[in-house]
Design a protein around this ligand. Structure first.
Ligand SMILES: *[C@@H]1O[C@H](CO)[C@@H](O)[C@H](O)[C@H]1NC(C)=O
Ligand SMILES: *[C@@H]1O[C@H](CO)[C@@H](O)[C@H](O)[C@H]1NC(C)=O
Length: 320
């Protein structure tokens, strides 16, 4: 995901060099001869009809495949309820630059989206946790985060530690039941990722940062507010292997803009946030992505990230 305190430089953009195909002059003579022979038929109405049809087929396909009319494919629209959709993509080389973990390091890469793992009611309760926690602080710019593991909460142009800052008071704001729900949701996401990518769920570990986010249309005040830059999670946060996002509000109902976008060589594709919608993907450069700027309203989500490396694992948050 995009918003994140204290760390490595983010990758802004990737140059997807198009592979140049050289269309040589070979065969030039032969085709010249052929075009002389065909010279007559090109003037017939039938030939023109065939020619028009050849042009029409890709045009119709283009209009059908990109209904938003912006060269953007919609993988999941806000008003549909999805059981489980998986879009495979070839794995990048990124995983080779890190320690490999058999049975966990991605061999199969891709993107998944489902509305069937987290119930509407659970998502509403998660939203309440996000609202309650984030109401204690908030960035001066458009993006605030709350990390229940480290306690980091956006405040003005900085971060505070909610556990240190609010101490015992926190127990009135976030209850043990809230933490139980959080752990339960996390466990089911972990299971869903494992099933989708043919892994043992126990080989996946929760990692940081894992955080709630709240975004609105306010102008960015610091780099932490700039969530819209294209980035690769594995590059931004070396420990990530699988990234998941649980949306806690609805695109076009609660906010405008703010769609999640995968950036690919030929076309981009979008996932429209929906309350309770879960999306997850392998964290390497096969999944370069960004979030559109929010244009109105407030967008809530939680980013829950997993690593294959036990050295980078973090504990579930809990009240001791
Ligand atoms: C966005 O949220 C911040 C708090 O993080 C708040 O101060 C600001 O007024 C909000 N902006 C809008 C346009 O609602
Ligand atoms: C995809 O998104 C990137 C980054 O926002 C943009 O530069 C590119 O033009 C988009 N591609 C298409 C086909 O719209």
């Amino acid at each position: 995901m995009a918003t994140k305190p204290r760390r490595r430089p983010r990758v802004t953009g990737e140059s997807w060099a198009a592979v140049g195909t050289s269309r040589g002059a070979a065969g030039g003579k032969a085709s010249l001869k052929r075009s002389h022979a065909l010279g007559r038929s090109w003037r017939s109405p039938l030939a023109w009809g065939v020619f028009a049809l050849i042009l029409a087929v890709p045009a119709v396909y283009f209009l059908w495949a990109y209904p938003t009319g912006e060269g953007m494919e919609v993988l999941a629209s806000q008003h549909e309820t999805l059981q489980h959709k998986f879009y495979p993509v070839p794995c990048s080389q990124d995983y080779g630059n890190h320690k490999q973990f058999t049975g966990c390091t991605p061999l199969k890469c891709g993107r998944a989206v489902t509305d069937a793992v987290i119930t509407h009611q659970e998502a509403k309760r998660m939203l309440r946790i996000a609202e309650a926690g984030l109401s204690l602080g908030g960035s001066d710019g458009g993006a605030s985060i709350l990390d229940l593991h480290s306690g980091a909460l956006s405040m003005g142009k900085k971060f505070v530690n909610i556990y240190g800052y609010y101490g015992e008071e926190m127990k009135e704001i976030l209850t043990e039941e809230d933490f139980q729900l959080y752990r339960n949701v996390k466990r089911r996401i972990q299971q869903e990722i494992a099933t989708t990518f043919d892994l043992d769920a126990n080989s996946l570990y929760l990692t940081k940062p894992t955080f709630f986010s709240r975004m609105n249309s306010s102008e960015a005040k610091t780099a932490h507010d700039e969530y819209w830059h294209p980035h690769i999670d594995k590059v931004t946060y070396g420990s990530f292997d699988y990234t998941s996002l649980l949306y806690l509000s609805d695109y076009s109902r609660d906010f405008g803009g703010g769609r999640f976008i995968f950036i690919d060589e030929k076309t981009n594709s979008t996932l429209e946030p929906r309350l309770g919608r879960l999306s997850f993907f392998t964290s390497g450069s096969e999944n370069l992505h960004r979030v559109e700027k929010v244009s109105w309203g407030t967008r809530y989500a939680i980013t829950i990230s997993f690593t294959c490396n036990p050295d980078h694992s973090i504990m579930d948050p809990t009240w001791l």
